[in-house]
Design a protein around this ligand. Structure first.
Ligand SMILES: *Cc1c(COP(=O)(O)O)cnc(C)c1O
Length: 371
């Protein structure tokens, strides 16, 4: 006989998932009801308002994709791009590369604007690309690059896009809830996030939001959206206000209870207080790491408080050290990706993971494995 699975009790300080608050786990354990039950539909309406709050937007077309952040990303690209369109993609890490891949798989032409890993997207380079490509339809970039720990200037990049009559797609997977995300102030046209980073819910859900301009672009498409599941025209019959809630797919009911609770908790704490907590914990971690002689990869003004990329100290075996953290301290931190593999650790302070006891544990554990 197989046994029930008993996961170990870990402290999650990597690039996501983050620690899930017990209140959220409890919410997910509540009774499953039908996804067209009036009580469930009421919860969906409430969730929509909560996602609007988190994104700081009045966009009507704001809802949750029943799949992880990568599907939120894909929903933006497949709806806004048609074969033959041109899109400018800013690449300064792994997730920018994925955006690029999405563009080409939509049959669109990608113009790539590169910045070095560990540095933000350069508005000057984007402006040059916009001037060189007056036929571009959209600009895509990552607000918080989780592969490097860099924050880019979303307000400036969205403004450049709209000044050149382009739509903008912003990856807010790691930023939402951890640093200010202001879709309406930025004038962003499409944004997506994930449940398991600074929202501290279990993985597998992607809050998304589209401006009226983006919705118009979808309505004016000549070609149907190649993805049936992610086609906004169909999803609106499910999530749209006053929609008849026709069956589209069966919502992940209990997972949505969890995200709803996570968003209620974010609203209770308040966005400003959440941003402050992430910043305070980052400073505490930064100072403790400095005492251990561990240096940051990213220059101070561009650092993400919720994702701290640091150089692995000389002479320390990356894999062995992380294995020891897990085995002896039940602590997970992130490895470096791509060019940073073996050179960098990524220490996450996302959502419920951004708290004093986690920072203390992390500093104590790293100190012991590097000495
Ligand atoms: C985690 C992440 C994603 C992908 O989200 P999944 O839920 O893993 O699919 C996309 N973009 C960024 C910046 C991320 O950090």
């Amino acid at each position: 006989m197989s046994q029930s699975f008993q996961p170990p009790q870990r402290t999650l300080m990597g690039p996501g998932p983050s620690d899930v608050h017990p209140r959220i786990l409890e919410a997910m354990g509540k009774p499953t009801i039908g996804h067209l039950d009036p009580a469930f539909i009421g919860m969906m309406d409430s969730m929509k308002a909560l996602i609007q709050y988190a994104f700081q937007t009045n966009n009507e077309l704001t809802f949750c994709v029943s799949a992880p952040g990568s599907a939120g990303m894909e929903s933006c690209f497949v709806n806004l791009l048609e074969p033959g369109d041109k899109a400018i993609v800013c690449v300064n890490g792994v997730f920018g590369m994925r955006m690029l891949e999405n563009v080409t798989r939509c049959g669109a032409k990608a113009v790539r604007v590169d910045d070095a890993w560990g540095t933000p997207v350069s508005p000057d380079k984007l402006e040059q690309a916009l001037q060189d490509n007056p036929d571009a339809k959209l600009v895509a970039f990552v607000h918080a690059e989780t592969s490097t720990g860099v924050r880019s200037d979303a307000a400036a990049l969205c403004k450049l896009a709209s000044d050149h009559n382009c739509l903008s797609i912003v990856d807010c997977v790691t930023s939402l809830g951890g640093i200010p995300v202001d879709l309406d102030t930025w004038g962003a046209d499409a944004a997506y996030s994930g449940s398991q980073k600074c929202l501290s819910c279990s993985p597998g859900l992607s809050p998304v939001s589209f401006s009226e301009r983006a919705a118009d672009a979808v309505r004016q498409r000549k070609a149907p959206v190649q993805s049936w599941f992610l086609d906004l025209n169909l999803l609106l019959g499910y999530w749209g206000s006053g929609a008849k809630r026709a069956y589209h797919h069966t919502a992940p009911i209990n997972a949505l209870y969890g995200l709803h609770e996570a968003l209620v908790m974010l609203q209770e704490e308040g966005l400003e207080a959440s941003f402050r907590r992430h910043r305070d914990m980052h400073i505490k971690l930064r100072d403790g790491l400095a005492d251990l002689g561990i240096a940051f990869v990213v220059d101070e003004p561009y650092r993400l408080p919720q994702l701290n990329s640091v150089w692995i100290p000389q002479g320390v075996d990356d894999a062995a050290a992380r294995q020891q953290l897990l085995a002896e301290y039940n602590l997970e931190i992130g490895a470096g990706l791509g060019d940073f593999a073996g050179k960098v650790w990524r220490i996450g302070l996302m959502g419920h993971s951004a708290r004093e006891e986690n920072v203390d544990l992390c500093l104590r554990a790293i100190k012991s494995v590097i000495s």
